[in-house]
Ligand binder design. Structure first.
Ligand code: DHB
Length: 334
């Protein structure tokens, strides 16, 4: 698995299950995907292939409690053509997801029109749709120079949510599931405003929106090397998106804030600092239907899924829980 073109999801929910990773046509790499993760999700795709930002653009910082990552990748990806190539998807199904794990296509066009063009292209390829379970629209990438994050530009976000949710691919006869990957928010009026944009698109109100991911990296993190008195990452003046253990509490807060505001038919995928079964438990307790693992996967490899699942199961057993629904969303407030 190359560089940090990698975002792995461990999904433990019943409905939403996904693993996001760089998809490579090389079978050797696909073998790595044969894991205990719940599903496979592509690297966020753009219409055309992109090299991304200059290196160094990823760093991992080890702490006693867990690892933290900062990346400024800038959407390096092979272009949507690869992630929707039927021969690649067929191999992916054979090798990585033999048990019928869902395949989720993540897209992160550099404009609304680019996202809509990618969706238009999918509608024209029914064979690809056969392999595709969901499209996840990433409105949270902080790393493309000159492109402020859509999820923080509310007029733009409202337009994107409405126009994407109305796309034909999410309606009969295609019925592909729709998700949005959100950035972290930090104050009540922001959660209120975003929930107000998302709720009209809920399934229960006749809309297409199946889930949101809370949350992407925390942007504008700056890694400083004291010896050389310089930034560590090269792109964007050294700023990047922070993930891993250090963002765990922010992610839990976002899951909880959105669970309190979103229509119950919109699932929440918890993402941020999941490296143990206890972390996964906390996300689910705050209302997540499933969780994503990124930094820890990079640190540990695909074996992290089986370990985290086993730890979660052991914790549930100690507590006398048999199903995720026994504790999902049931966080007690003192
Ligand atoms: C990139 C960064 C992200 O946080 C993300 O969700 C998708 C892509 C990137 O810089 O490539």
């Amino acid at each position: 698995l190359r560089d940090n073109d990698v975002q792995i999801w461990l999904m433990l929910g019943v409905k939403s299950k996904a693993m996001q990773t760089n998809l490579d046509p090389d079978d050797r790499e696909l073998q790595h995907l044969d894991s205990r993760s719940g599903a496979v999700c592509s690297k966020s795709a753009t219409l055309q292939p992109r090299d991304g930002n200059e290196h160094p653009r990823y760093i991992e910082l080890e702490g006693e409690a867990g690892s933290c990552s900062v990346n400024s990748e800038g959407l390096p990806n092979a272009g949507i053509g690869l992630y929707t190539d039927v021969s690649v998807l067929r191999r992916l199904k054979d090798i990585a997801v033999p048990s019928g794990k869902p395949y989720i296509l993540s897209i992160s066009g550099l404009s609304l029109n680019e996202n809509l063009s990618m969706l238009d292209g999918l509608v024209k390829h029914p064979e690809t749709l056969h392999y595709l379970n969901a499209v996840e629209v990433n409105v949270a990438c902080p790393n493309v120079p000159g492109k402020p994050l859509v999820g923080y530009d509310f007029p733009q976000l409202a337009d994107v949510v409405e126009k994407i949710a109305c796309h034909a691919i999410f309606s009969p006869p295609h019925n592909v599931a729709l998700g949005f990957k959100l950035p972290p928010y930090f104050d009540v009026p922001f959660f209120d405003a975003v929930a107000a944009m998302l709720n009209p698109q809920a399934k229960s109100r006749g809309g297409a929106l199946g889930y949101v991911v809370c949350c992407n990296t925390v942007g504008s993190a700056l890694v400083v090397d004291v010896d050389s008195e310089s930034t560590v990452l090269h792109p964007k003046g050294g700023f990047g998106g922070m993930g891993g253990h250090h963002v765990r509490l922010i992610a839990l807060g976002n899951v909880r804030q959105f669970r309190e505001r979103l229509d119950p038919s919109i699932d929440i995928v918890g993402c941020g600092g999941v490296s143990t079964g206890e972390d996964a438990f906390a996300h689910i307790l705050c209302g997540a239907s499933a969780v994503q693992v990124a930094t820890q996967h990079r640190v540990e490899g695909a074996g992290c899924f089986a370990r985290i699942a086993a730890e979660l199961q052991a914790l549930m057993q100690r507590k006398g829980y048999r199903r995720l629904d026994d504790f999902r969303g049931k966080l007690r407030v003192r």
